[in-house]
Design a protein around this ligand. Structure first.
Ligand SMILES: [Zn+2]
Length: 246
């Protein structure tokens, strides 16, 4: 796999009125995109990343991958804003929420995202934590969400994000067997193109409401202080997610 610069993969959930640590204000998100644009970052999605990895291209020196989980309706606003900056992203959808839950993207919205050049991936049929499920149900979440999304967009779906970041070796193996190429985790660490595999996983940082613009800059730049703090915090809080129900 190619040598090259390390990069951050950012994860967003919703933009709007305060609703928890994963809901950013419009102003916050605008400021973050303006920072990336002002510093000449290439803003990519998983499809662009996969192409770069397959072709052996060296990644741009300033490069971030942007992902948006859950399919909240504010994702269309995110897409509009990204369009202004010529940025890409990957959106991860939950089948049952997109089918009927108010406030979530519908199938026509998902097709519109794809039409605009964004990549889409699955985030389960129900958003259940995959590491807690018996094999058969875990497989159903992975395979049935993939089949659904492929029917929606009329093409192969190669990306998924593990709901809640709950992932382990068993889940990864099942995901690859289902045909996923890249699996987004919540392991808050930079990615190194030199060690990335296809199929493989992508480390992602959840961008939280309380993060300052300076903290955001540190995430994009790969500032060791930020990443070590996140790892210490994750270890201190709980048994690492990847070990649960191995
Ligand atoms: Zn989620």
């Amino acid at each position: 796999m190619l040598e090259g610069n390390r990069f951050a993969c950012l994860t967003y959930h919703a933009i709007g009125e305060p609703g928890g640590q994963y809901t950013l204000s419009e102003r916050q998100f605008q400021d973050q995109l303006a920072l990336l644009h002002g510093e000449a970052y290439v803003i990519d999605g998983l499809e662009g990343l996969e192409l770069r990895l397959r072709s052996g291209q060296t990644l741009p020196s300033r490069y971030v991958v942007l992902t948006v989980d859950d399919g909240h309706e504010s994702a269309m606003w995110v897409a509009d804003l990204l369009g202004k900056y010529a940025g890409h992203a990957s959106f991860f959808l939950i089948r049952d929420r997109s089918a009927s839950k108010p406030g979530y993207l519908r199938e026509k919205d998902i097709r519109e995202l794809r039409r605009r050049g964004f990549s889409v991936g699955t985030h389960g049929t129900t958003h259940r934590k995959l590491t807690f499920l018996p094999k058969k149900r875990c497989l159903a979440e992975l395979a049935e969400s993939k089949r659904w999304l492929e029917d929606v967009i009329g093409e192969e779906v190669r990306y998924m994000a593990a709901p809640g970041g709950f992932v382990n070796a068993r889940v990864m193996k099942l995901a690859f067997e289902c045909g996923y190429t890249l699996v987004g985790t919540c392991n808050e660490w930079m990615n190194s193109p030199a060690t990335m595999a296809l199929p493989g996983s992508v480390n992602r940082v959840n961008v939280r409401r309380h993060f300052s613009i300076q903290a955001f800059r540190h995430i994009a730049e790969g500032h060791p202080g930020f990443y070590i703090w996140r790892q210490i915090r994750a270890t201190a809080l709980a048994v690492p997610k990847r070990l649960i129900c191995r």
